[in-house]
Design a protein around this ligand. Sequence first.
Ligand code: AMP
Length: 189
Amino acid sequence: MKYYILFGPPGAGKGTQAKQIVEKYNYLHLSTGDLLRHEMAEGTELGKKAAELINRGDLVPDEVVEGMIRNKIAANRDVKGFLFDGFPRTIAQAEVLDAMLPEFGGKVDAVLSLTLPDELVYERILHRAMIEGRKDDTDRATIEHRISTYHSKTEPLISYYKDKGNYREIEGNDTIEHVFTAICKILDE
Ligand code: AMP
């Protein structure tokens, strides 16, 4: 069973690429953002707590997303592989994932990292706001906070995975097709 991480700043195109990857390779797409938005839409206690943080552009607590990921991996033992999208987002989450996967007989096979400069992150998020209507995509202060949270808490994962030798970078400022081709090349190795 393969375990891949789709990594990158908000707006880098992770969701768009994830859809195509799982279609082609039959992996299970696990987006912690999608799982949290589902909780919000259902109006669960967790969803209500998460909404406050998400709409401010803060991260939800590590334990919350770690628990979600563990449950999904444990409940899907018959898939070919997993594609994590938006997880891990902190060093603590990455360490928990590294400790968790061996319990399921696996490891992180590769980190597919989509790069995008800050100016474009902003543009892409505003563009997505018009299409998906996400509340955390519409408010300027929220977007800025998400970008700074990405730099302070999530970007350090790049050196974390570079040190482990499974980090692969893909230019995100390109067409959807070119980015997908570059990703497939790595997955087909
Ligand atoms: P995304 O759809 O990946 O952009 O996630 C939307 C929001 O959900 C983020 O801005 C965070 O508030 C929250 N979130 C998603 N994934 C995580 C995670 N791995 N750790 C903490 N918060 C997360």
